[in-house]
Design a protein around this ligand. Structure first.
Ligand code: ATP
Length: 332
């Protein structure tokens, strides 16, 4: 499956983008700067008095696995709809691989595959018919071999001739992913693809999406499962009430905003005052301390030793994206 190239490195990936936006490595010599997979510049969208998108700007590089996070109503789906040309922004511009979504709609749309949040199907067709028709929308004929490959990779072969109305929710979700891929888009946007999906399918879906990313596709993901975003996305944007409140590499976001937590249980006695002030005690006698860096573990152990206290149990927890998310969403 190699519609868009073959490596994590953004540069390499963009060298291999195929299909209508094909850029060959030989062209690179003449193309000093490749367009970003997405360029979102000053995008605003108003619904009546509500400013759903309040001047959003960021780029996504070719080959990135990018997370777009935010609480309900933050504006994620509005932004994705604007990428797909389904919502017209009141201000700002959006380009997909250098194609303006408004002025150059066809080329922009061809470069993009969107897996929408809602499951919408025409109930009178089989899975294969849906995919053949979808290929037709893009003017692609004889797409059978590619459709077979998608069906195989999404474990949908046995359902190829089943009517879409007879499919379970999880199977329908796979068909939505398949539909978004029929035209081999170099940029794939997934709007909460694992909402309401069982664990097995979630893992299968992520394995497949990871592979598409390894093959060079740019992936933009929205999800409310923060551990999913943490393990998959190399960079994350967070939206809050239509505004961009964070845009960082996942690792930097974690190290700058989240703390390590140290859980301690003592053999006897209680924490010395210097530590008690910054610890939370649970009813089971366990203490939880937030550490800004790992060197503090040594300081804590030293203070315990100096107070003649012994540790019965200890666990060091890694910073989690959920903590960062809660902190950023709480901030005024
Ligand atoms: P969720 O996580 O719940 O999917 P979201 O981040 O995708 O939320 P949006 O669906 O983009 O958020 O909605 C952003 C804001 O715009 C919300 O307050 C929503 O009520 C509002 N909104 C979205 N679409 C419309 C519409 N067609 N008409 C009026 N308001 C809308």
């Amino acid at each position: 499956m190699r519609p868009a190239g073959g490596s994590h490195a953004a540069q390499e990936a963009s060298e291999r983008v195929s299909g209508p936006d094909q850029i060959r490595s030989s062209d690179m010599r003449m193309t000093p700067s490749l367009p970003p997979a997405l360029r979102i510049s000053g995008v605003e969208k108003r619904y009546g008095n509500l400013l759903a998108l309040d001047g959003i700007s960021f780029d996504v590089a070719p080959g990135e696995f990018f997370g777009l996070l935010g609480p309900n109503g933050a504006g994620k789906t509005t932004l994705i709809s604007a990428l797909a040309g389904l919502v017209i922004p009141d201000a700002g511009t959006i380009e997909i691989l250098g194609h303006d979504v408004q002025a150059d709609y066809r080329a922009a749309r061809r470069a993009l595959g969107v897996v929408p949040q809602e499951l919408v199907f025409d109930p009178f067709f089989t899975v294969r018919e849906v995919l053949v028709m979808q290929s037709g929308y893009y003017g692609i004929r004889d797409n059978g071999p590619w459709i077979d490959e998608i069906l195989h990779n999404l474990d949908l072969e046995s359902k190829a001739n089943a009517n879409t109305r007879a499919l379970s929710g999880g199977m329908k979700r796979r068909v939505m992913v398949a539909q978004a891929l029929v035209h081999r888009p170099p940029v794939i946007v997934l709007d909460e693809p694992t909402a309401g999906v069982d664990v097995e399918l979630r893992h299968a879906l992520w394995q497949f999406i990871r592979r598409l990313n390894r093959d060079g596709h740019t992936i933009v993901l929205t999800t409310h499962y923060l551990e999913e975003a943490e393990s998959l996305c190399t960079r994350i944007a967070m939206l809050k009430q239509g505004r961009l409140v964070a845009l960082e590499r996942t690792a930097d976001l974690l190290s700058r905003h989240a703390a390590h937590t140290l859980r301690l249980k003592l053999s006897g006695g209680s924490l010395p005052a210097s530590l008690a002030a910054r610890a939370q005690a649970s009813s089971s006698g366990e203490y939880c301390l937030s550490l800004t860096n790992l060197d503090e573990v040594e300081t804590v152990l030293h203070a315990l030793h100096a107070a003649g206290l012994k540790v019965a149990d200890m666990e060091l927890g890694k910073p989690e994206l959920e903590e960062v998310f809660v902190e950023l969403m709480r901030a005024p």
